[in-house]
Design a protein around this ligand. Sequence first.
Ligand code: NAI
Length: 330
Amino acid sequence: MKTITLINGDGIGPEISGAVVKIIDAAGLKINWDVQTAGADVIETEGSPLPDRVIESIKKNKIALKAPVTTPIGKGFRSVNVQLRKTLDLYANLRPCKNLPGIETKFDNVDIVVVRENTEDLYAGIERQVDSDTAESIKVITRKASERIAKFAFEYAVKNNRKEVCVVTKANIMKLSDGLFLETYRNVAKNYPQIKNREILVDNLCMQLVQNPSQFDVLVLPNLYGDIVSDLCAGLIGGLGVAQGANIGVDYAVFEPVHGSAPDIKGKNIANPTALLLSAIEMLKYIGESSFADKIEAALFKTLEAGIKTPDLNGSATTEEFADAIISNL
Ligand code: NAI
């Protein structure tokens, strides 16, 4: 039996991970879940929001499924999510955004893959208070990280029959940092003549995405633009409740939805588990359990097509009712 680290998270995390584990179990796939807690709740007892045992568990099992973990805004501990990605060198954040059956949206031909650099940029966390009225954040872009993320995007395009990889920067203004990201992309692109290249500035990209998203295929972006643009893309396909993601490195992979811990709906049994379920489906494909992945995906699509949806998709099903409907469609 395969052992996989499971981080239930906080906020809506435990509700959606409970639903997803139940669905995978009902599909007949036996997984030994190595459950690890992280976040604010463990600081008091263990002194850190991301204790070493969580990292050790992922290093041992190689794969994790992770529900969201809250990060305090403006003060408090550093993001567990960012720390996890940095510590395990999960350099590629892969966020496919494709229309789902049964979910009506403004555009019906969205099929975009966001490839976000996951380890540096303004997320390096290098900030300082210059004086009481001035604060600085340092944006770090290296050739090494830019090169491996560009390669990841092109390799993904080749393996998944995609036509184009478009690089997103603001290199007209940040000529050195975004300039390096762009220059590195151009060099990597030369090795992939079969894939079309495209360059776009992030502000123009946002406008084009909300007007005509079908023109985009694979996007590769530095960390911050990738974070913002992937939420925008989530909005194109029905919102954060359905946007999946994965953090991939050379040795380890952590599958998690794009969304956060949604404290506004915590404990109400209305959170949509679809984003975490789609992340889990990708995880199952990644570990070679494609037949179970396909079975669960088919049951999810059948459920959505039948109009059984959570309130974020204008439905009236609770998290539990939605999960039970998927199980009955397996
Ligand atoms: P959020 O993604 O948690 O919520 C934004 C909006 O989307 C809220 O109205 C929420 O109710 C809704 N939403 C999100 N997921 C949903 C779901 N599955 N079903 C139905 N509605 C859903 O973003 P927010 O409020 O900015 O962040 C809350 C916390 O989550 C913060 O502490 C943030 O740092 C953390 N966070 C954690 C992430 C992670 O663990 N990977 C990623 C993003 C944010």
